[in-house]
Design a protein around this ligand. Structure first.
Ligand SMILES: Cc1cc2nc3c(=O)[nH]c(=O)nc-3n(C[C@H](O)[C@H](O)[C@H](O)COP(=O)(O)OP(=O)(O)OC[C@H]3O[C@@H](n4cnc5c(N)ncnc54)[C@H](O)[C@@H]3O)c2cc1C
Ligand code: FES
Ligand code: FES
Length: 317
């Protein structure tokens, strides 16, 4: 069992141990890693100034998330890329060039977040249309430009000959073992998670932390113990058959993609859920378990007669 969190920032290995694992990624980037391009503005996942790219396996594409509400303890085995990491051999990326050309920045606070969010779009396409840009940038706010130059910049990018971020950073850290740091546990087996929960009754489970992260930054929330389930392989299941099975680790973005043609009514709800950054980090289980009366997926799940499988010390039900 490891006693530290292992992750990459712009291809360089970082380790976090002790109480530091409960810091937000945005604070760590700015105050420990010297990556001050990432900005902190709202610190609650709304404005996108803190957007970074993340992937947890070399088979995945890099996805945008809000680093202000992502805790270091969630990052074991992850590769993070910040706005600084988008340059290749000192040259600006195609997206950065387009933002300069179209004068997409005024005060500049929102600019790194916009650039990273746009770069995420160009990971999966070489050209994007206006609708894709508008949807892809719903998680980024700008109070200066009126958005017009930013939209023009995003549409002007031709990424055909530009390297993808996944090609610049092909590796993720080899970190498959469980992690225990103080009162934090990231097990690799469900049975170990259940045992930890039994022995730490007040423990908070975190998944994407798009709810819990805001409690931390806005309500100074601390838990007697924290349990992260993201390293438990069997909870990654996303299966489409007679019914759809969604494991606890499946992001809302992955679920949204699966149901696009299968359940268009729910797809329309997920398409306007938070932002790409929130959907890439947040999960369906978090939306159910947060107990919020305004959770957007719950009305559909009720109507569709969805079933929830709960695992605990007495088995599953
Ligand atoms: C900017 C912003 C926009 C948002 N927009 C929307 C929106 O449009 N619609 C909406 O409904 N919500 C929205 N949310 C809320 C949030 O994104 C969702 O509720 C999301 O589904 C939470 O998932 P998560 O994985 O991040 O949960 P987490 O924050 O990790 O956890 C949420 C709760 O669930 C519990 N939990 C997590 N995993 C488990 C588990 N496996 N077993 C038991 N309990 C568990 C946690 O202990 C916690 O109480 C938004 C949040 C932000 C910050
Ligand atoms: S600082 Fe606003 S979303 Fe993170
Ligand atoms: S350039 Fe000032 S907030 Fe966007």
């Amino acid at each position: 069992m490891r006693d530290h969190i292992l992750f990459h920032i712009n291809g360089k290995e970082h380790r976090a141990a002790g109480a530091e694992v409960f810091a937000t990624l945005a604070n760590y980037l700015r105050y420990d890693a010297g990556a001050t391009g990432t900005k902190i503005v709202c610190e609650e996942g709304d404005c996108g100034a803190c957007t970074v790219l993340i992937r947890r396996s070399s088979r995945e594409d890099f996805k945008p998330i809000n680093s202000c509400i992502q805790l270091l303890c969630q990052l074991d085995g992850a590769s993070i890329v910040t706005v600084e990491g988008l340059k290749l051999n000192g040259a600006l990326s195609a997206v950065q060039e387009a933002m300069v050309l179209h004068q997409g920045a005024q005060c500049g606070y929102c600019t790194p977040g916009f650039i990273v969010a746009m770069s995420a779009m160009y990971e999966t396409s070489n050209r994007v249309d206006e609708q894709q840009v508008r949807v892809g940038l719903t998680g980024n706010l700008c109070r200066c430009t009126g958005y017009e130059p930013i939209l023009k910049a995003a549409l002007d990018v031709d990424a055909t000959n530009a390297p993808k971020v996944r090609e610049i950073y092909p590796h993720v850290p080899d970190a498959r073992d469980a992690v225990r740091v103080e009162n934090f546990f990231a097990p690799t087996a469900l049975a170990d998670a259940i045992a930890f929960k039994r022995n730490h009754p007040g423990c908070t489970i975190i998944q994407g932390a798009t709810d819990v992260g805001v409690w931390v930054t806005k309500r100074a929330f601390t838990a007697p113990a924290m349990l992260y389930l993201g390293k438990i392989e069997e909870l990654n299941e996303l299966k489409d058959g007679a019914s759809i099975t969604v494991g606890a680790n499946v992001s809302l973005a992955a679920f949204e993609l699966l149901i696009r043609d299968r359940i268009p009514e729910l797809y329309r709800i997920l398409n306007v859920f938070g932002s790409p950054q929130i959907r890439c980090a947040g999960t369906l289980v978090g939306n159910i378990a947060n107990g919020s009366p305004i959770g957007d997926t719950l009305p559909y799940l009720f109507v569709a007669d969805a079933q929830l499988e709960l695992a605990g010390t007495t088995g599953t039900r």
